[in-house]
Design a protein around this ligand. Structure first.
Ligand SMILES: Nc1ncnc2c1ncn2[C@@H]1O[C@H](COP(=O)(O)OP(=O)(O)OP(=O)(O)O)[C@@H](O)[C@H]1O
Ligand SMILES: [Mg+2]
Length: 245
């Protein structure tokens, strides 16, 4: 079967921090409108990979292609403007600003064509946050604060969305609520890479799993296959998730 063209292609990426090899020969491709789960133990290199893909840190070697263009040396703000978007592992909302103002801060940095106010309204509507626009982060629920993080990430042009443990701290019901919004964005055309430790949640979202361990890709395939892979179970899943016999 013919594969769709890759929207994002990571080729042989290495990244060292001093003597620590955080990423080692990482290669994988993501197709248009895929939802890919990026999993692995603490310290495996998941956030470092997002840092390298988004351009916040350069790889020691290797290449990143976005829609076929080599962006390895492109500045982070340019990648963001061209639609390569991400959330951060730690929530970064401004407590003294309203929901709409929080999204506006992001919009002012990345909306170059079009009206940033319209883009803010559109991002809030996509996350069903319009009614919360004038509230402060302390006045809304934790799932809604997560949605504001996502609205900040997608405002303006977004083609690929990388979510770094954006469901952490939520109960299962709350996580499901946010997952529905994420899957809604995917149905509207967004390609999504999600880092998530809660296996039932990532299994429910992802069409494919990429597993990192010690900076290396140890598995890449359909979630059920990957979850049954003895190497992955040994490295990561063990106590977290065992497939039914
Ligand atoms: N800026 C940095 N300077 C030095 N070492 C770093 C830096 N960022 C990450 N590391 C190290 O690189 C390795 C990979 O870290 P990373 O944060 O990418 O892991 P992770 O898979 O996101 O883990 P977690 O699931 O805990 O978030 C770790 O050993 C970490 O200590
Ligand atoms: Mg991390």
């Amino acid at each position: 079967m013919a594969r769709n063209p890759a929207v994002l292609e990571v080729t042989s990426v290495h990244r060292k921090f001093g003597g620590l090899q955080a990423l080692s020969d990482v290669s994988f491709a993501v197709e248009q409108q895929e939802v890919v789960g990026l999993i692995g133990p603490n310290g495996a290199g998941k956030s470092t990979l997002f840092e390298v893909i988004s351009g916040n840190i350069p790889p020691s070697s290797g290449a990143i292609a976005f829609h076929g263009d080599d962006v390895t040396r492109m500045a982070a703000f340019r990648r963001r403007r061209s639609g390569l978007c991400r959330t951060f592992q730690k929530i970064r909302l401004f407590g003294a600003l309203t929901v709409a103002q929080n999204v506006a801060v992001a919009a002012q940095q990345c909306v170059v064509d079009g009206n940033w106010r319209d883009e803010v309204a559109s991002a809030l509507a996509k996350l069903r946050l319009t009614a919360q626009a004038d509230r402060y982060p302390s006045e809304i629920t934790l799932p809604d604060r997560k949605k504001v993080e996502i609205a900040r990430a997608i405002v303006g042009r977004c083609r690929v969305l990388m979510l770094d443990e954006c469901l952490s701290g939520l109960t299962r019901d709350e996580a499901d609520e946010v997952v529905q919004e994420i899957l809604g964005l995917n149905r509207q055309g967004l390609t999504i890479i999600v880092v998530e430790h809660v296996m039932p949640v990532v299994m429910a979202m992802a069409q494919r799993l990429v597993v990192l361990q010690h900076g290396c890709v140890i598995a890449d395939g359909p979630p059920k296959e990957v979850a049954a892979n003895p190497v992955v179970i040994e490295a990561y899943l063990g106590a977290r998730h065992r497939p039914a016999p």
